[in-house]
Design a protein around this ligand. Structure first.
Ligand SMILES: Cc1ncc(COP(=O)(O)O)c(C=O)c1O
Length: 500
């Protein structure tokens, strides 16, 4: 029983003996709160550890531990033996007022650190639970056909045999065996000239674009961009200070002559030559050579985004532009977001030579040190076991079939209303609307009915296109595609009839 003469009057210093929180932590918290709420004043002497221990019926060690922690955090000062005092200047911790006393808007929002570039909410966050992936959301891989078991087996093998070495900080350019496997794959399948030392693994195309923008663009530099084109690429390049020079498209792709004539001083060109996003089509060989010749002469960088060319359904897939370039002007971007799954966040940049790749490696290290190693190990295991090529082959057949189904459905059910054309590759189709319709309004009306179709006009800058919807088909089976087309056609017909 503590002696009466030793009672210490610090209000609220009550220990909860039933609590699982260790006693020293409780004492620390009680004293800290008393200091923050000014029940203990700056400079006030604290009872000695012995007295406080006796008063609270605790061992002295418990009080010493609490004092030590308070002293470490700067709440109290003083050496053992000379007494402990509440610090004159408190550490920078906001006093915690009881909730009911706190003013409703205590901290003003940081308007000054808002991201200034208008990026759509869809880009920020997407609900991707299976039930939420609705026709014709694009571009979703067919996750119902993903080889989950094989992936899990690869992961199991990796985790079972984990060793210390790869778990440490690693080469910022990425796990070397994975880079070697990617180089081997691309040399054979995309006719790309590269070795593992030219590759930097990234967290997808988006990071690759950010690194390229940081390394290659200066404030005010002009860049050519397809119009319509990939908004997320333009966003990154503009955010880095670049000025977009929109270049129109023709049946054989990007209008190089227009770009040369109108924007001869551009220092960079972003392009999707194998499968133009979002209109489709392939850049002709004549234009490829013209573009490379100009880039070589003007020392212009070409960023080739080869985002979905594994899914080409014709007999002869078009090789990458990079493979035609002996003058080291092309920077090639690849991603596993379409061939495997976007949440994996693994992509890669291929630089023209090792020196440039090393420089990008530094930029990568600067941004986030490196990609997560375990995912790289699993992906490597997946590629080495041939599962990657098998999966691509299967998905190519599946997607080709799904495109045919969607085409047939729209041609039959949407006759006289929607116009679609077969695509030689990719993961989406364009459905052209009647000219008098507004694709943004149609997309919004469809969205309210649970159908997701992105309006083409959202991708155009200057060179306006007729109204059209971008329809992803790869993630949807025949039943969902049929339901989606039926509902979409009916809703668009109703809206079109209101306009006529
Ligand atoms: C044109 C284009 N490039 C690249 C990507 C892939 O981006 P990421 O690798 O960052 O997922 C997409 C995804 O939608 C795309 O549409």
């Amino acid at each position: 029983m503590p002696k009466v003469s030793h009672q210490i009057s610090i209000p609220g210093l009550e220990l909860n003996r039933a609590s699982k929180i260790p006693a020293y932590k409780q004492v620390y918290t009680l004293l800290r709160t008393a200091i923050l709420e000014r029940r203990l004043q700056p400079g006030q002497r604290l009872p000695s550890s012995r007295l406080l221990a006796e008063s609270m019926g605790l061992s002295r060690n418990i009080i010493l531990l609490a004092y030590e922690q308070l002293s470490l955090e700067g709440f109290i000062t003083g050496a053992t033996g000379n007494g402990s005092f509440v610090a004159g200047t408190l550490p920078d911790t906001r006093p915690r007022l009881p909730k009911e006393q706190a003013p409703p808007e205590e901290i003003a929002p940081h308007n000054d650190v808002r991201f200034q570039y208008p990026v759509s909410d869809r880009f920020m966050q997407r609900e991707s639970a299976p039930a939420n992936v609705k026709p014709f959301q694009n571009p979703e891989p067919a996750m119902d056909h993903f080889p989950y078991r094989t992936w899990a087996k690869c992961a199991y093998r990796i985790f079972r045999n984990l060793e210390f070495e790869p778990l440490n900080y690693h080469d910022a350019k990425g796990y070397l065996p994975l880079r070697t496997a990617i180089a081997d794959y691309l040399r054979v399948n995309r006719a790309i000239r590269c070795g593992a030392d030219q590759i930097v693994i990234t967290t997808g195309t988006q990071q690759a674009l950010n690194l390229a923008a940081a390394m290659l663009l200066k404030q005010g530099d002009r860049f050519w961009i397809e119009d319509p084109g990939y908004v997320n690429a333009r966003a990154v390049l503009e955010h880095a200070g670049g000025k977009a020079c929109p270049v129109p498209l023709h049946a054989d792709g990007f209008d190089v002559d227009h770009a040369v004539k109108k924007h001869p001083n551009a220092s960079l060109c972003y392009i999707t030559p194998s499968h133009q996003f979002p209109v489709g089509g392939t850049l002709s060989i004549t234009k490829r050579l013209k573009l490379l010749e100009w880039a070589t002469r003007k020392k212009m960088w070409i960023i080739e985004d080869d985002y979905d060319s594994e899914f080409q359904y014709g007999s002869n897939p078009v090789p990458a532009l990079q493979g035609l370039d002996p003058h080291k002007r092309v920077i090639y971007l690849g991603t596993f977001s379409k061939v495997l799954f976007p949440g994996l966040r693994i992509g890669y940049i291929i630089l023209p030579d090792r020196e440039m790749a090393d420089a990008f490696g530094y930029a990568k290290a600067f941004a986030d040190r490196q990609n997560g190693i375990t995912d790289q190990l699993i992906l490597h295991e997946f590629i080495q076991g041939d599962h990657f090529t098998i999966h691509i082959r299967r998905m190519r057949q599946l997607y080709k079939k799904r495109q045919e189904i969607l085409l047939e459905l729209i041609q039959r059910l949407g006759e006289g209303l929607l116009r679609v054309e077969k695509q030689s590759g990719g993961m989406h189709l364009l459905a052209w609307l009647p000219h008098e319709m507004n694709d943004q309004e149609v997309a919004e009306m469809l969205r309210l009915h649970g159908i997701y179709a992105v309006p083409l006009s959202g991708y155009t800058l200057k060179h306006k296109q007729p109204p059209a919807l971008i329809l992803g088909y790869t993630a949807f089976n025949e039943k969902l595609l049929a339901q989606g087309v039926r509902a979409m056609v009916q809703l668009i017909r109703e809206q079109a009839s209101l306009l006529s």
